[in-house]
Design a protein. Structure first.
Lengths: 119, 307
């Protein structure tokens, strides 16, 4: 399906250029900073021979990261999903897509896949 | 044989945001475009040209009436494959290069991958965008974007070209290029449906003209008939004296308000009238054929821009 591919790819590239992408980047930096500080404390714990504390800390860190990503992904999905089609209508780029032999289902699926690829 | 485009009793209205007022954009339009012809669709802004075109493309559904393209209902994929379309302002993604944009539109038109690159290069060269093929569209000037819009409409060599004011934002050179391309496409056998209000371009390129006003077709005429009917001449007089004006009474004299006066006459009276004017030592500016299309336009579509 060539049409589906190019629509999804374009939607993906478009998402990469949205401002929301920078929010994700900032979030990623915070997560990385969090991990490195946790690692620092874990290293201290290992040196002190606190193995029980070490495993608890590792599990907690992993949980924390997943939780942050969960919330971020939720908001991103909401935001990107909401504007996936409406931005094409306000930008009028949809006119030159839908005036071609493109089924509406293929178009919607393509836009959805583009956002999904990003997430 | 049936026409390439057929509209029968097509109407479309829009409701305002608060659903209080209904605005009729297109009212009971009937039209027929024959294969290989170049048809101009002219009218003031808001006359319903773009709404009609969007209905032809299947982007809008008419409230009433029947639309057929290639004997297929509007919006049918088989019909859309055979259409090339350019909107008044070509909106595309700014982050891709001109070449990638054409690849995108070529794929959407179901072109074979290996055929897109040579076709894209050909169209970009044809529209003077060859050197900009690798540049991002976001950095293009308005005129370049419009040219790219025409390139994507021509890319898959469609049988029917629907151009909605293709010369918007173009300089005189670009406008000439568009007119030349329309004539080239006509010679190739392409049917062209052109919405425009640049009447000189319409006169040069079109076989048939439709004038739209407030959503209705008010005139549908063959250009050859119009050209034959324009056997009238216009003599421009610069700052004519009262004596000249006095002697011209009885002729069709139109004051232009900028100190010049236009005298209209038929082809047979032209020489005699010129001789009389020279005898009076009148200051003659230009002598030219009266622009019948412009007159017709002002007569049928002028004086209103709402609808």
């Amino acid at each position: 399906m060539g049409k589906l591919r190019v629509i999804a790819l374009t939607a993906f590239q478009e998402t990469l250029r949205r401002r929301v992408f920078y929010i994700v980047l900032v979030l990623a930096v915070i997560v990385v900073a969090g991990i490195s500080s946790e690692m620092f404390f874990m290293r201290l714990a290992r040196r002190a021979g606190e193995t029980a504390m070490l495993t608890a800390m590792a599990a907690q860190t992993a949980r924390g990261i997943l939780q942050i990503w969960n919330v971020a992904a939720l908001f991103l999905a909401l935001f990107l999903g909401a504007i996936a089609i409406s931005s094409e209508i306000t930008g009028k780029t949809i006119v030159h897509v839908m005036s071609r032999p493109v089924e509406r289902a293929v178009y919607l699926l393509g836009r959805w896949l583009g956002v999904l690829l990003f997430l | 044989m049936s026409g390439i485009i057929e509209l029968e009793g097509v109407s479309k209205s829009f409701r305002s945001r608060l659903r209080r007022r209904e605005v009729c954009a297109v009212r009971d339009v009937n039209l027929r475009v024959e294969r290989g012809s170049v048809v101009a669709f002219v009218g003031p802004k808001g006359a319903g040209k773009t709404t009609t075109i969007h209905m032809l493309l299947g982007l809008l559904r008419p409230d009433r009436g029947r639309i057929a393209l290639f004997d297929l209902p509007a919006g049918d994929l088989a019909a859309q494959r055979r259409i090339g379309f350019q909107s008044e302002i070509f909106h595309t993604y700014g982050f891709i290069t001109a070449e990638r944009a054409l690849h995108f539109y070529g794929r959407l038109s179901e072109m074979a991958v290996e055929k897109i690159a040579p076709a894209a290069a050909r169209q970009l060269d044809r529209l003077g965008l060859g050197p900009a093929a690798q540049r991002k569209v976001g950095g293009f000037s308005k005129g370049m974007v419009q040219r790219l819009g025409l390139a994507q409409a021509l890319l898959h060599e469609p049988e029917l070209l629907i151009l909605d004011e293709p010369t918007t934002g173009l300089d005189p050179e670009g406008r000439k290029l568009v007119a030349d391309i329309i004539l080239e496409e006509k010679a190739r056998g392409t049917t062209v449906f052109l919405s425009s209000h640049i009447l000189s371009d319409v006169e040069r390129t079109c076989d048939h003209v439709l004038i739209l006003r407030q959503g209705s077709v008010v005139l549908s005429e063959n250009m050859n008939v119009l050209r034959a009917a324009s056997d009238e001449w216009e003599i421009e007089l610069l700052t004519p004296s009262s004596l000249v004006l006095e002697r011209m009474s009885g002729a069709d004299v139109r004051d232009q308000k900028n100190g010049t006066v236009l005298v209209r006459c038929g082809a047979t009276e032209k020489n005699a009238l010129l001789r009389r004017l020279l005898d009076l030592d009148a200051n003659i500016g230009t002598v030219r054929r009266a622009r019948s299309l412009e007159d017709l336009y002002m007569q049928h579509a002028g004086g209103s821009s709402s609808g």
